[in-house]
Ligand binder design. Sequence first.
Ligand SMILES: Cc1cc2nc3c(=O)[nH]c(=O)nc-3n(C[C@H](O)[C@H](O)[C@H](O)COP(=O)(O)OP(=O)(O)OC[C@H]3O[C@@H](n4cnc5c(N)ncnc54)[C@H](O)[C@@H]3O)c2cc1C
Length: 507
Amino acid sequence: MVAKKAKIVIVGAGIAGLTTAYRLHAASHNLFDLTVFEAGNRIGGRILTADFAGDRIEMGATWIHGIGGSPVYAIATEQNLLEEPSCNWERMDGFPSDPLTVAEGGFTVNHDNLARPISSLYRHLMDDARTGDATSADGDPGVRAYLRRGLRQYQATRAANTNTGLGDDTWSLEAIEESLFAMEECTERTCTSADDLSDLNLSAESEYKEFPGDHITIAKGYSQIVEHLASALPPGTIHLGKKVCLVEWCSGDGSSPDGSPPVRLHFSDDSVVDADHVIVTVSLGVLKAGIGKGDGKGIKFDPALPDFKSKAIGRLGFGVVDKLFLQMETESREAFPFVRLAFRQDLEENGSKRHVSKIPWWIRKTESICPIYRESHVLLAWFAGKEAMHLESLNDEEIISGVHATLDGFLPSIKAGCRIASVKRSRWGTDPLFLGSYSYVSVASSVDDLDLMAEPLPRVKRGEVPRLQILFAGEATHRTHYSTTHGAYYSGIREADRLLRFYNVGN
Ligand SMILES: Cc1cc2nc3c(=O)[nH]c(=O)nc-3n(C[C@H](O)[C@H](O)[C@H](O)COP(=O)(O)OP(=O)(O)OC[C@H]3O[C@@H](n4cnc5c(N)ncnc54)[C@H](O)[C@@H]3O)c2cc1C
């Protein structure tokens, strides 16, 4: 008699889900009945390579963050994905060592005297936070208060100098320092997805780990990483267009009353599938929507997720980061520069006599506009938080007019010779299959919440045999590499190995 195979279902075909499937398949030699259900019409999730104006671009994951030890780098090299392709791609090789920093009004900021000292101060403060050498400011657990105290201390001790060198006496030294520091904070917002750095937990920074070495993009496209994982699975393993709405499970003794498998998945097309084990890999945004009021978004659980799980989901941060690509048409032969934007922080508010700007609010927290490779006519700008959500709601004409106003305010001579022909932006915040971009540790949470995210259900007490009905993978379940593709990858390996140990398969 042939023993019945254990039925394992993976929800989500992002890198976490596909890594879980890849590992289970490779290690178990068809011991399991394995299926991946993906709500969207493609695999990859927040990894999405696209074409724009003849170039290859990344709408989501862009960088391999440090090549030393990265499993994503290992796949990319093994599969020859870093070899130069026939088309141009978002390779971000236009970073000059001394980037051009322009202050609102069109004045170039002196790199050695102004831009570099503030950038070094910022890096120094964040390095201290990463190594655990930072102390919170006045008991405030957020990163913003800590950073701002650092700026105040710097300003109190640096030599007084009234000459900003900007050729505009409306800019005081303090005002330009404020702008440059805010520009660095904007980069932090896009790196972490925290809309407000006051909500980013300072004490968690030292837990976050990065690989050493260069940060690089993938010449043949990030999507090739997930294509590689998927190609190793037997045909028919991945089912697209299958949206899970409800996961029924047995919180009690782990068996269903009629002896059928303990977990039942309900799909939006009214079909149901039973399983012995389900690995949920959807984004933290989708999980948050499921524990919220419920407007059809997100996944519901019956019985509801236990408190320890739903509270961790509720406490952790999940912000929005979007990318905006601009196709430029220009009469000039000169390449568009990599330009960092120091916006005025002292704008008119409530009728006060401060400065007025024509640049719309949603673009004022953009740190830079840069070509996606040297001399490319495709430019890229990153957005986070409220600004990103607003960008998602605008039509193309509104975006073009906002960017034109920005170029007018910063690079009037370049603006005069060029126009934006078309735009393409991501919409991770409003896409119901993501509802955001990546997770961060908020001041209400701690890295322990990331461990709680990873705990399977039902929860076991010490000495009990785990039943592993519902397992969780995905970037928001990794304690030290959350928010990244490699964190998601590691989480998939972790949950596959948990099941393999359960069935005494492999080592
Ligand atoms: C703009 C942006 C830039 C980024 N840049 C980088 C970077 O440079 N480097 C880096 O390492 N990381 C980056 N990231 C983060 C990285 O993309 C993610 O951490 C990683 O891809 C997450 O993978 P995942 O498998 O955990 O989740 P996802 O990719 O979200 O996979 C989950 C899957 O579940 C599916 N799903 C959702 N709901 C359901 C449902 N109800 N039923 C069935 N399926 C469902 C989704 O469609 C999705 O395919 C970036 C992300 C964004 C958005």
